[in-house]
Design a binder for this molecule. Structure first.
Ligand code: NAP
Length: 325
């Protein structure tokens, strides 16, 4: 259940900044955490929200990198579905000046996730053929843009013809609507039987298993999401189904076929400031050089947050869903 209510204004403590929020970017993990399925979420009730864009209106003692009046992106594990949020100054990153307010709120989590998965984990090469699942979604559309502009051949899967159209506009070499066609068969044909070098896997279950079959020797699959996880804590059958759907890595298969299975979670970057800064700078200059802009699928008023969650859960959303304060 999501409920809008009034809380006391948060104060910036030592080393912290307070950001007056203008726009909030929705993330699939907030659906999972609302359902009690996200291990990083705090105890209920709490304020969800992992990213937002706004202006710093207060700084605590000892803050030296950020200043009042600066436009910033906030990345956090929760707390951003609010008019104001307080975070350590390192979690407030300078906004991208050629982005709109919505584009700034859509940038941090999706593009950093896609960047870290493709470039830090899979070590993408220009000659790679890349397959992106849930490719019309937030992380997916970011990954498609990054891999395509880098010079790779890019294939994407999605569950509707409208999403396939979006993927074609983003320049994918082949988009497969998996409701109409088996993506494994389609992409095996498309690649003359060779398969793909890199897969960004965000779904789990059958999608993971078929993606392994498609990996060419020396391929890398990066598991960064489990969108198909349908765990209902009151239904023990769903525990078993969810357990079966979780991706597994078998060393013997990896050795026999010569591929690698990797996985990443962005939250860990908050403890790895050097990697975070380096990736953020590399991503920022890449996006500026290629004039990449996040895809905004829908915008809602703050008090329509439940409708925004419903849209994301419906699987009809594409790109990023934004809330306006
Ligand atoms: N590792 C990380 O650090 C990290 C960071 C951000 C997000 N993620 C993960 O990345 C995934 C995508 O996140 P997002 O915020 O960009 O969401 P999203 O892609 O905008 O929305 C989820 C999409 O997943 C697809 N999907 C496939 N099977 C599904 C199922 N059984 N139930 C629901 N959706 C299903 C749907 O697209 P189609 O119907 O077109 O397939 C749906 O639109 C999520 O799993 C999220 O948890 C991970």
């Amino acid at each position: 259940m999501l409920q809008v209510s009034d809380l006391a204004e948060p104060l910036a403590g030592p080393g912290e900044v307070r950001v007056r929020i203008e726009t909030i970017g929705l993330n699939y993990a907030e659906i999972l955490s609302r359902k009690g399925l996200y291990r990083w979420a705090p105890k209920l009730p709490y304020v969800p929200g992992m990213e937002a864009y706004g202006v710093i209106d207060a700084v605590g003692e000892g803050v030296d990198q950020r200043r009042v009046g600066e436009k910033v992106l906030v990345g956090a594990q929760f707390g951003c579905y609010a008019e104001a949020v307080v975070v350590p100054e390192v979690q407030a990153l300078p906004a991208v000046d050629f982005f709109s307010s919505e584009e700034n709120a859509a940038f941090l989590v999706n593009y950093m996730t896609a960047w870290v998965a493709l470039f830090e984990m899979a070590r993408l090469r220009r000659s790679d053929a890349v397959l992106v699942h849930a490719a019309a979604g937030g992380v997916g559309s970011a990954a498609v843009q990054l891999a395509k502009r880098f010079g790779c051949s890019v294939f994407g899967t999605a569950g509707s013809d409208a999403k396939i159209e979006l993927l074609e506009k983003l320049g994918v070499d082949r988009a497969v609507n998996y409701r109409r066609q088996d993506f494994e068969t389609a992409l095996r044909e498309e690649t003359d039987g060779r398969g793909v070098d890199v897969v960004l896997e965000l779904v789990g279950g059958e999608v993971y298993r078929k993606s392994l079959n498609l990996l060419a020797p020396f391929g890398r699959i990066v598991v960064a999401g489990f969108a198909s996880l349908a765990l209902n804590r009151w239904n023990p059958l769903s525990w078993w189904q969810a357990w079966r759907a979780l991706p597994r890595a078998r060393l013997l298969d990896m050795g026999v076929h010569s591929y690698g299975v990797l996985s990443t979670h962005l939250g860990y970057l908050l403890n790895e400031m050097a990697v975070l800064r380096q990736s953020w700078e590399a991503l920022g200059s890449f996006v500026e050089r290629h004039q990449i802009r996040p895809v905004i699928g829908a915008t809602f008023r703050f008090d329509e947050v439940a409708r925004a969650h419903e849209l994301m859960e419906s699987r009809r959303s594409f790109g990023k869903i934004i809330l306006h304060i």
